[in-house]
Design a protein. Structure first.
Lengths: 197, 622
């Protein structure tokens, strides 16, 4: 067993193949999936009872899907570069991913504005309220990912570039979570599109 | 192999160190923990501890604090129900303005809105703070690393956060008790519109806001804990500890954590919608509402939607409460009757079955909420199917103690008491699970009696069994057995005296949550029964004072533990030194060679999990 002393705590890696922290992250993701499953189930139940305003989803939602998928791609490439000690690509692509993450948040905000412009308000018909709420809670989860990316970014520029097991693990944790919020958005957008018929 | 065979036939106590040394697993833990920076001062040892054993004790003592608060609340509203004409003026120093004193007669009466607040807080506190955090939080933390053979949780830091989020949840809830408008008073289920409209009742404003904040902290605590429990069980088991060698306690805690992790986020989604309705003017749960003759703007919401989201947590929640108690009782009954648990695998599969079924029965809480009767049928069927794994477990507990060499310790008594309560309360569940009978029974004292016995008293009994049994592991001393037995018999008889009569009240249609019944002719002849229940409740509470005195007295003055395995149990926690160090074992981690229930095998009273299998010996677990 390797016990790795990090700054705040001791990690007991055990005799297992998967690092416990990585496994814990998967478990946490399952929990987040349940949160959004509940939201979308509530959406379906409420929609089925009628009095449901139909409106066109903002185009920016679709543009933004491209943005978050691209950021997943750049982050993955940054990770590969990190593993191969390609310092410039690692730092550059990580910065790009961080900026794309911020762009996603800004564009989501613009998308909400465009919804408000066509008269779909937060406190109006629940069909609009649900979109605001669900995409808003998703954005909060993206914000958590951006915070993690920010930490990764400071590491990338302050610490020497070296793929030690501990730093690789940390990067992998950020990477898994970031892919997760990306796929979560794909699911949510798909759900919005399908449920709107 | 000859030495191994020898050892399995003569596993003397002093062999434990040799066995660990010979077969154990060296993780070089102590080379990395020179000086033990985690327990170097008062704060890191007792307050912001990252050691699972200390966190377990924090959960337990905090849970006990809340149990006293929640219990005292029930006494106040029981006094109101049993003796509505008597003066409660003597409670004025504690309850302040919630007791109004008639200037002429000097009669002190409890404010009706505070009665509702008491009922609401009693439910919230006992369900979440005591029987979720105090039970699963305590014993998952204490036993998972010790029984699977791990140094600590997967993330001790998150584990510490889990406790402190629970602590903050408690702090916020405690604060809400002192608001001038009172704590939330709309029932522990917090149904809208009472919970969604701040103007709906006095507790719906500030009280409800604090309730939501508190429970959000609480969910974070449960999730952080659950992630840790699951990861630790799946990833940090010691060498040889495969899933079929896990003690049933661990199986129960594991499935409990999975249930919590999958159901609490759904409650949070309901909270989000509720918070939006309360503060941002959305209409998720609100529809064409008039308050004080004034029409509100809300249109098109569905209060039933909240009930679905709430009970999708709410039903798994009752298993989150009862499964840890079941696991503890399985272990305690097996150890104290000196027999292997009967039907180990059936026990595991019934835990899994109960866990699965708990997710598809939630609407049985809503039969009378306007759910389509055809959909109700589905929920009736699955609700009644839960009786099957439950009955399997009851059968196995009884067959475990049948013919056993039972040691009637306090822990074993509470284990048997648990089985009794679980049967009594489970049977009335079969009545209530039928949607047709529920038309008559819903929202009556029959329901109150049912759930108090099956998940209130039973879960408390499981918790008591665990505390008496593992007290030496937590504090190195034993609790007083005489006081324990008085506590058991008083609580056992008293709890039945409280809840048995309630079935009759319920069958006669007496509704729950009413402030007083003496002004209804239909129910007036029950006043003696209500008095009887109140007196029994006071006596049961007095019994718990015996427990609390025993608990704290024993921490400092109890009989000292002199051998490391006082009960002759097989599980790994009894292979640690009496004074368990950080990291649990001073040297190597013991390797597991067999399942946890080899009692009375091959002429031996018990064979520890660390004793290798003899040649040709079959491992019963797998």
């Amino acid at each position: 067993m390797n016990t790795v002393a990090t700054t705040n705590e001791t990690v007991f890696t055990g005799r297992n193949k998967i690092h416990p922290h990585k496994f814990a992250l998967y478990v946490a993701c399952a929990s987040i999936v349940m949160l959004f499953t509940a939201f979308t189930s509530a959406y379906i139940v409420r929609q089925a009872s009628g009095n449901w305003l139909e409106f066109r989803l903002p185009d920016l939602f679709f543009v933004n899907t491209g943005v978050i998928l691209l950021s997943s791609l750049t982050l993955q490439t940054s990770y590969w570069s990190f593993k191969r000690d390609k310092k410039e690509a690692y730092r550059g692509l990580l910065t790009l991913s961080f900026l794309l993450g911020l762009t996603f948040l800004v564009l989501q905000y613009k998308a909400w504005q465009s919804m408000a412009e066509i008269g779909v308000m937060l406190d109006g018909n629940p069909s609009g309220s649900f979109i605001y709420l669900i995409s808003g809670v998703h954005a909060a989860h993206v914000l958590g990912g951006i915070a993690a990316l920010f930490v990764a970014l400071t590491h990338a520029f302050i610490l020497p570039v070296k793929a030690t097991p501990r730093r690789t693990l940390r990067f992998e944790l950020v990477l898994i979570y970031w892919h997760f919020v990306g796929f979560l958005w794909l699911y949510l957008l798909g759900f919005f599109v399908v449920s709107a018929g | 192999m000859a030495t191994a065979a020898n050892k399995s036939t003569a596993p003397a106590q002093h062999d434990v160190d040799l066995l660990i040394e010979e077969y154990g697993y060296d993780d070089h833990f102590h080379e990395h923990h020179e000086g033990d920076k985690y327990q170097s001062n008062f704060f890191t040892t007792y307050i912001f501890s990252q050691d699972h054993k200390m966190i377990a004790r924090q959960f337990l003592i905090t849970g006990m604090f809340w149990a006293v608060i929640g219990g005292l609340m029930s006494l106040v509203f029981r006094l109101q129900l049993g003796f509505p004409e008597e003066s409660l003026a003597w409670l004025k120093p504690v309850l302040g303005k919630w007791i109004t004193i008639n200037a002429d007669t000097g009669l002190g009466t409890l404010a009706p809105e505070f009665y509702y607040a008491l009922v609401t807080m009693h439910g919230t506190i006992i369900v979440f703070f005591v029987l979720t955090a105090g039970l699963s939080g305590t014993f998952s933390n204490l036993l998972i690393p010790l029984q699977v053979g791990a140094r600590d949780m997967a993330s001790p830091f998150l584990n510490m956060l889990s406790y402190w989020f629970f602590f903050m949840a408690g702090l916020v809830m405690f604060f809400s008790l002192f608001l001038s408008t009172g704590p939330f008073a709309g029932g522990w289920t917090a149904y809208p519109p009472l919970s969604a409209l701040p103007q709906a009742s006095s507790g719906s404003a500030g009280g409800m806001t604090l309730w939501l904040i508190s429970l959000t902290f609480f969910v974070v605590s449960v999730l952080l804990g659950g992630v840790n429990y699951i990861t630790t069980v799946l990833n940090l088991r010691t060498k040889g500890m495969n899933m079929w060698r896990l003690p049933l306690t661990i199986w129960a805690f594991f499935v409990t954590a999975v249930l919590g992790l999958l159901s609490f986020p759904v409650l949070v989604s309901g909270f989000f919608l509720l918070i939006f309705d309360r503060t941002l003017g959305t209409s998720f749960f609100l529809n064409e509402i008039f308050v004080g003759g004034q029409a509100l703007d809300h249109v098109g919401g569905s209060p039933i939607l909240y009930q679905h989201l709430f009970w999708f947590l709410g039903h798994p929640e009752v298993y989150i409460i009862i499964l840890p108690a079941m696991g503890i009782v399985s272990e305690v009954l097996s150890v104290h009757s000196r027999k292997p648990i009967f039907g180990y695998k059936a026990m595991v599969f019934s835990i899994l079955a109960i866990g699965f079924l708990s997710f598809i029965v939630w609407a049985h809480h809503m039969f009378m909420s306007g759910v389509n009767p055809f959909i109700s049928n589905f929920f009736v069927v699955f609700t009644l199917i839960i009786a099957v794994p439950s009955a399997v477990k009851v059968f196995n507990w009884i067959t475990t103690i049948y013919g056993g060499n039972i040691r009637f310790t306090s822990a074993a008594l509470f284990g048997v008491g648990f089985v009794s309560m679980f049967i009594s309360g489970g049977l009335t569940g079969i009545f209530l699970g039928n949607s047709a009978i529920d038309i008559q029974m819903h929202d009556t004292y029959f329901v109150v009696a049912h759930f108090h016995i099956v998940m209130g008293v039973a879960a408390f009994f499981g918790m008591f069994a665990g505390v008496y049994h593992w007290f030496p592991k937590m504090f190195g001393r034993f609790m007083n057995e005489t006081m324990g037995k008085v506590h058991f018999w008083g609580t056992m008889i008293g709890a039945y005296a409280i809840f048995w009569p309630m079935h009759y009240l319920g069958m006669a249609g007496v509704p729950r949550r009413y402030y007083r019944f003496d002004n209804f002719d239909t129910f007036s002849h029950f006043s003696a029964m209500n008095q009887f229940i109140t007196v029994a409740a006071i006596l049961v509470f007095a019994m718990q004072i015996i427990f609390i005195v025993n608990f704290f007295r024993s921490i400092w003055f109890g009989k000292k533990m002199t051998s490391r395995n006082p009960y002759g149990a097989n599980t790994l926690e009894w292979t640690t030194p009496i004074d368990v160090p950080h990291g649990n074992w001073p040297g190597k981690i013991p390797a597991v060679q067999r399942w946890a229930y080899d009692y009375g095998k091959g002429g031996e009273e018990n064979v520890s999990q660390i004793v290798p299998l003899a040649e040709g010996e079959h491992d019963q677990g797998h």
